[in-house]
Design a protein around this ligand. Structure first.
Ligand code: PEP
Length: 254
């Protein structure tokens, strides 16, 4: 299975020109990689144009950063899964902690997952605890998030979902600390167990479990080699050419 690297550009960059430059860099790099699949999640306004730039190689895929939980209708400012699919997205990030903090609920995320699948978008489901305690209550929090996101999602879709474990305490510029491979491998095993109980051991071999939270070229080698994840969701360092290229090289050669 190829390793997966997802770039979450968030609300960056500010112009199409800059987005094209960033994307061309990734595309050039990706054509030299054999073991890594790259999914760029730019602001939705850039997807269609970037899709045109990616068409010739198809080594770099595009995803959206969210979709709405309704398919049609009078919803000012919202984007339906089908619209995103029609402009060229193959993936969609759902349940990102920044959107949860703006009100995205477990129920919303579950509807979005189902609508994404219905519209042939692969959902990248973000889960992760806000804080850790010594009692391990974060395990039940992660379980609840996964099971509610996948409620009513049958095993025929199990190879079409990606789980991104993103502990909120490790994400973004306010991250409190960096996760260790030892901490991460426990969670990866735990997530696999939840998915195996739901879908069966055979099915879960095809489910990608990724990690996101302050991944950079200094910590990525240890994380890919020792934590059991199949790739990463990267925020800040996906916006810096050199750093992102470094990360991709390290994963390719690990
Ligand atoms: C994120 O916001 O999903 C993320 C992983 O960000 P960063 O890599 O900047 O911590």
């Amino acid at each position: 299975m190829k390793k997966i690297v997802i770039a979450n550009w968030k609300m960056n960059p500010q112009s199409l020109r800059e987005a094209e430059d960033l994307f061309k860099n990734v595309k050039k790099k990706s054509s030299k990689l054999k073991k890594v699949k790259i999914i760029i999640c730019p602001p939705a306004v850039y997807i269609e144009r970037l899709r045109k730039l990616s068409e010739k190689t198809n080594t770099t895929f595009l995803g959206a950063q969210d979709c709405f939980y309704r398919e049609y209708g009078a919803w000012t400012g919202k984007l339906s899964p089908k619209m995103l699919r029609n402009v060229g997205a193959d993936f969609v990030i759902l349940g990102h902690s920044e959107l949860k903090s703006l009100g995205d609920t477990y129920d919303d995320i579950n509807i979005k997952v189902k609508l994404a699948l219905k519209n042939k978008l692969t959902p990248i489901i973000c889960v992760g605890e806000e804080n850790r305690d010594n009692q391990g209550t974060y395990f039940s929090m992660i379980e609840k998030q996964i099971l509610s996101a996948l409620s009513g999602v049958g095993s025929q879709f199990s190879d079409k979902i990606i789980i991104a474990y993103e502990p909120i305490w490790a994400v973004g510029k306010d991250a409190k600390k960096i996760i260790s491979p030892e901490e991460l491998i426990q969670i990866v095993i735990f997530i696999k167990k939840i998915l195996a109980d739901k879908y069966g051991v055979e099915k879960i071999k095809k489910i990608n479990i990724l990690y996101g939270g302050s991944v950079n070229f200094r910590n990525v080698e240890e994380l890919i080699q020792k934590s059991g994840v199949n790739g990463f969701l990267i925020g800040r360092d996906s916006l810096v050419y050199k750093n992102f290229n470094n990360i991709l090289d390290i994963i390719e050669n690990s």
